[in-house]
Write a protein that binds this ligand. Structure first.
Ligand code: NIG
Ligand code: FE
Length: 419
């Protein structure tokens, strides 16, 4: 298939974009893309490719912008139920951490998720995947973390693998048994940390080897935060995970600075995420590493909090910056990376070009997939979006409506009557 007449073909070619380099879109005016099977074979101008491939079936982009599918590198996709009542409590003045300390928050979703059957859990999550795909996300990381005991966490890994196989949206799984201290260990985070290190992580490794042999291991993530896991507990969990061969991620500095971002850099984690209260020292250490800084602007927005990730400092230090939705039932139920980009332009002070690079090639780096997705280059998976507009800057500028007209996933035009 030959896609022709993209007013602007945003290739994002050349790999992940560090520091001041962020925002290199690699635009080809009146661009075209040749797709063979699931893969991009060639990119160029419409004139070149139409001449070289006169008999190829065409898809005319009609003078609209074309770009790589979005990669959402931080999601809590798989849960049951909702927390609309807590949203009202927060509007009346309760804080997120107060609600969590009183047994609500993450733990209330753990109760709902544990009691939902696997099919119900998948059905609720599948609806979110449909919405994500419609809004242009073609690859998403997806965390467990609403089980907090071995069987429920493994059931969530199972559900993620099944959803990935059934749905065009590609999922990159993450084991987040360390999302909160399990209710059975109330007041004993040390005890739950021991369970994670001695039982849950080794069980996850055995389960993976049996159920997904040959597939890259999932990430292991920890919520390093006051009221969740301390820096020392986070280190113990991540070091144990690394010993078992898992690649790492961390939730750091969402509400308090505990040093999680520096820990991520030290341990060679793929990403450190949230990074609102991150100190200049942490930023320096992160920027000197290969760890991607993932900003989640829907979260402060969802909590109506004024502070966001210090993106300008991260870029000035030469860091790798990506953005993600953090979709979850507590702080940020948002399926749209277009809305993430709109927030990133306003609160992280990124240009539309920087925000798009952070949502594509750099987001792919945050999930270890920059060799396969995140840009339009020969050899990469053919995941593309045709916007409804000729000028890419409508992403960022506009919000609240869907500007993605067509999604092409692994070379197939998605038919939204079935998603
Ligand atoms: O990334 N911070 C921890 N996890 C989520 C919130 C999860 C929830 O409230 O259910 C986050 O914001
Ligand atoms: Fe999160």
């Amino acid at each position: 298939m030959l896609i022709t007449h993209a007013s602007q073909l945003l290739t994002l070619a050349g790999g992940p974009q560090r520091g001041a380099d962020l925002g290199r879109l690699g635009i080809i005016p009146d661009g075209a893309v040749l797709i063979r099977g699931e893969v991009i074979e060639r990119v160029g101008t419409s004139e070149e490719l139409e001449r070289a491939y006169p008999d190829e079936p065409r898809l005319d982009a009609g003078g609209r912008a074309v770009l790589p599918g979005f990669v959402d590198p931080h999601t809590h996709l798989i849960w049951a139920g909702d927390r609309a009542a807590e949203f009202e409590m927060r509007l009346a003045g309760a804080t997120y951490m107060e609600i969590m300390a009183a047994g609500g928050g993450i733990l209330s979703t753990v109760r709902a998720t544990r009691s939902a059957g696997l099919e119900e859990l998948k059905a609720q999550s599948r609806r979110r995947m449909d919405a994500m795909l419609r809004h242009g996300t073609t690859t998403a990381e997806a965390k467990t973390g609403y089980g907090l005991d071995t069987p429920s966490e493994l059931a969530q890994l199972q559900a993620l693998l099944e959803l990935d196989a059934e749905h065009p949206l590609d999922l990159v799984p993450t084991f987040l048994g360390a999302h909160a201290v399990a209710p059975e260990f109330d007041g004993d985070p040390e005890g739950y940390t021991r369970l994670l290190c001695e039982e849950m992580l080794p069980a996850a490794r055995r389960w993976w080897d049996e159920h997904a042999p040959g597939r890259p291991l999932p990430f292991v993530d920890v919520f390093c935060e006051t009221g969740a896991f301390s820096l020392e507990q986070s280190r113990a969990i991540l070091e144990r995970a690394r010993e078992l061969g898992f690649p790492l991620k961390i939730h750091a500095d969402e509400f308090d600075n505990l040093g999680g971002a520096s820990l991520a850099a030290e341990l060679g984690a793929a990403s450190a995420d949230h990074l609102v209260k991150t100190s200049p020292g942490d930023i320096r250490r992160l920027a000197a590493s290969e760890t991607v800084a993932v900003a989640l602007p829907c979260t402060p927005f969802g909590l109506a909090q004024p502070e966001y990730t210090p993106a300008a400092q991260i870029l000035a230090a030469g860091g790798l910056l990506a953005v993600a939705s953090d979709i979850n039932p507590g702080t940020a139920w948002c399926e749209s990376m277009q809305f993430v980009i709109a927030l990133a332009c306003r609160y992280l002070k990124l240009t539309p070009a920087q925000a798009i690079a952070a949502a594509t090639i750099n987001a792919a780096a945050a999930v270890g997939r920059a060799d396969r997705v995140g840009s339009l280059e020969p050899g990469k998976q053919a995941d593309l979006l045709i916007l409804s507009e000729p000028d890419y800057r409508h992403l960022g500028y506009r919000f609240g409506t869907n500007l993605v007209a067509q999604v092409i996933k692994a070379g197939q035009v998605i038919d939204f009557s079935s998603h």
